[in-house]
Design a protein around this ligand. Structure first.
Ligand SMILES: [Zn+2]
Length: 126
């Protein structure tokens, strides 16, 4: 069985749901949820509420810590390539994979291997 981890929501234990209420009769407490997997915030939060609570509490500090954006970022032709594909319903015909430039709309063919390789790109900018 995979390891259980706690939801990182600072208010998780304050939401009164049955699954959070734990302990012996007479000494029950609402507790932070503990799960083997969670769907929100990169697997750190049990719900969108808990993710939002975390951001409301720590978001500003986190942004300042990792670097607050002080000017607009630019998506240029050099780094506007995204991967896409045309789906083929016919089983003996493979899907057509390609790069498409979000600015120029130019398309360039792509193999399925290149499409699936998350590190493969023809973007040259940031
Ligand atoms: Zn939670």
């Amino acid at each position: 069985m995979s390891e259980l981890k706690y939801c990182q929501g600072p208010e998780c234990h304050t939401y009164d749901t049955k699954d959070r209420l734990k302990g012996m009769k007479g000494s029950k407490t609402y507790q932070t949820r503990r799960r083997s997997s969670m769907y929100y915030g990169g697997g750190n939060f049990c719900s969108l509420n808990c993710q939002n609570d975390w951001f409301n509490e720590y978001g500003d500090k986190a942004i300042d810590h990792f670097g607050r954006l002080k000017e607009a970022k630019h998506l240029t032709e050099d780094n506007a390539w995204i991967k896409d594909y045309d789906w083929r319903a016919n089983a003996d015909e493979s899907h057509r994979h390609y790069f498409i430039n979000k600015i120029t709309r130019e398309q360039r063919p792509l193999t399925e291997e290149q499409y699936n390789d998350r590190t493969y790109t023809i973007n040259t900018g940031e």
